[in-house]
Design a protein around this ligand. Structure first.
Ligand SMILES: [Zn+2]
Length: 93
């Protein structure tokens, strides 16, 4: 894992981040910024609870806890696109 977001803080494994090509570094930051906005939309503890529930639902549906989590999918929409903007809606189920 290159990093993770907790509230407004993006925690980065510097060695892994520095090993990424520049385009992948920007993609990583865009992905993590989307998580910042998810925290803002739902609030800290509620978001963590929803995130955990989404991981459980993904697993129960036969998917991967991480890759198939709807919040990860929503954040991934920004990996190769523009910077995310503050979110105003739930991710698509
Ligand atoms: Zn993520």
């Amino acid at each position: 894992m290159t990093g993770m977001t907790i509230g407004h803080s993006i925690l980065i494994d510097q060695d892994r981040y520095n090993a990424l090509p520049p385009g992948k570094q920007a993609a990583f930051i865009r992905h993590e910024l989307a998580h910042v906005y998810q925290y803002e939309l739902f609030g800290g503890i509620p978001f963590l609870t929803l995130y955990g529930g989404a991981s459980l639902l993904a697993h129960l549906g036969g998917g991967d806890y991480y890759a198939d989590n709807i919040f990860e999918k929503q954040a991934d929409e920004h990996r190769n696109g523009s910077l995310p903007e503050p979110l105003t809606s739930w991710p698509e189920f």
